[in-house]
Write a protein that binds this ligand. Structure first.
Ligand SMILES: [Fe+2]
Length: 213
């Protein structure tokens, strides 16, 4: 074993949840830029069934003081969490991403009640002319469908297939340690980091495949 001691459950130097009674309680909102408030309201209320919860108009940003005028809208989900948008007059289109992977990895996932809901949502979205990918079964972890809102935001509707899907903490810390160690070692030994990570992924993904398959 190398000099870096492996700590089960919490890798040295990588932190771990500290209970100070101050854990964030829920998603309050995520916020994105829109260039079309009308289409955004239509999509989130009529298509996704979320209620328009609140709006704000201002001619500067309260937190920074920047003189950017805006209209801010919040759409509410069943648990009270929201998705928010800003339309700011005269704002140019955002720059394109540097690699198509960004347009897949960057997304927001909203939870629905079960696999049957996923099927109903799929039918409803298709009925409304929306391109939908899925349902995709993520290794019996989550069942999801994917589509885009009018702003190009990639959305996922998902339901857990594994009731403990967000409680695999011990394995998760082990994976973080493995990832960081592998990357650091490849770097310090002057090896190809991308190849080292791909080898790690190939080895680790075997755990999702039952023996004999
Ligand atoms: Fe996702």
């Amino acid at each position: 074993m190398n000099e870096m001691t492996r700590t089960i459950g919490r890798p040295a130097g990588l932190g771990g949840a500290v209970d100070r009674g101050l854990v964030p309680q829920m998603l309050n909102h995520v916020a994105y830029v829109t260039h079309d408030v009308a289409a955004t309201v239509e999509f989130y209320t009529r298509i996704l069934g979320m209620e328009l919860a609140s709006t704000v108009m201002d001619d500067s940003i309260p937190s920074t003081g920047d003189p950017f005028p805006y209209f801010h809208l919040f759409f509410r989900m069943a648990d009270g969490s929201t998705i928010a948008f800003f339309e700011s007059p005269g704002l140019p289109e955002a720059s394109k991403s540097t690699h198509p992977a960004y347009d897949i990895f960057d997304h927001i996932a909203l939870q629905v009640q079960g696999p049957d809901d996923i099927r109903q949502w799929h039918a409803w979205l298709v009925e409304n002319g929306i391109d939908v990918i899925g349902p995709t079964n993520h290794k019996d972890f989550l069942l999801s469908i994917y589509f885009h809102d009018p702003n190009g935001l990639r959305l996922e509707l998902t339901t857990p297939l594994d009731k403990d899907w967000n409680c695999h903490t011990k394995q998760a810390y082990r994976d973080v340690e493995l990832w960081v160690e592998t990357k650091n070692r490849a770097q310090s030994e002057g090896r190809d980091i991308q190849k080292a990570m791909q080898d790690l992924i190939r080895e680790e993904r075997k755990r999702y495949t039952p023996a004999g398959e």
